[in-house]
Design a protein around this ligand. Structure first.
Ligand code: GRF
Length: 210
């Protein structure tokens, strides 16, 4: 079977809008050697005020800002796509990127865009998924890493991590525990992609047949 070392490293373009804790978790795993075969080629933010930009600098990673506010979606996305291509990005990693992508962008990087969502999809797509799950009264919550298609929080699932919802939880404590799982899940999903041992069969992302 192929191992990551037989391929060139998977170059990530990480798109952020805010805090950047998933970016930090991925970067730390790369540095620690626990996410082999992966490197961050560029971090792109769509807001100049994203805390994740300071994090990017501290981590010594290249970062760029393309302010999206007030710009037509396709035009903004074309600038982002050009930047990703300049950095030879293989995989676009949405890490708290709070802007819908244009169909043109999604087609240009078909099956090469991944996202993390703080619920067990297909339950609770959209904003505030942790609060939606808590208010619904679910007993199991979690997060999902998935490929991005043209529908919101909908593409094929790469992996999920589940946790119990405790009677003592409030929405905030549940969100915090889901976030911890996210930080594990994203790197696990990227390792699967970098390992090139999985393939898409319809919507199912499964080990290749030997
Ligand atoms: C995470 O909860 C992620 O699931 C959602 O946006 C949040 C981003 O957090 N898509 P961070 O910026 O990575 O800290």
């Amino acid at each position: 079977m192929d191992s990551p070392s037989q391929h060139h490293p998977l170059k990530l373009g990480v798109l952020i809008s805010g805090r950047g804790s998933n970016l930090i978790a991925i970067a730390n795993n790369i540095r620690a050697g626990t996410l082999p075969g992966v490197e961050i080629a560029i971090v792109i933010s769509n807001t100049a005020s994203a805390c994740g930009l300071a994090v990017t600098r501290e981590l010594g990673l290249p970062g760029e800002v393309f302010v999206s506010k007030g710009r037509p979606r396709a035009e903004h996305d074309a600038d982002v796509a050009a930047c990703l291509r300049r950095h030879n990005v293989d995989l676009v990693v949405l890490a708290g990127y709070m802007r819908l992508l244009s169909p043109e962008f999604i087609q240009a990087f078909s099956n090469r865009i991944v996202n993390i969502h703080p619920s067990l999809l297909p339950a609770f797509p959209g904003l505030d998924a942790q609060h939606q799950a808590f208010d619904y009264g679910v007993k199991v919550a979690g997060c999902t890493v998935h490929f991005v298609d043209e529908h919101l929080d909908h593409g094929p699932i790469i992996l999920q991590r589940a946790i119990p919802v405790l009677d003592t939880d409030d929405a905030e404590s549940l969100s915090a525990r889901i976030l911890k799982e996210e930080h594990i899940a994203y790197s696990e999903a990227l390792a699967r992609i970098a390992g090139r041992q999985y393939e898409l069969r319809g919507r199912r992302y499964v080990l290749r047949k030997a």
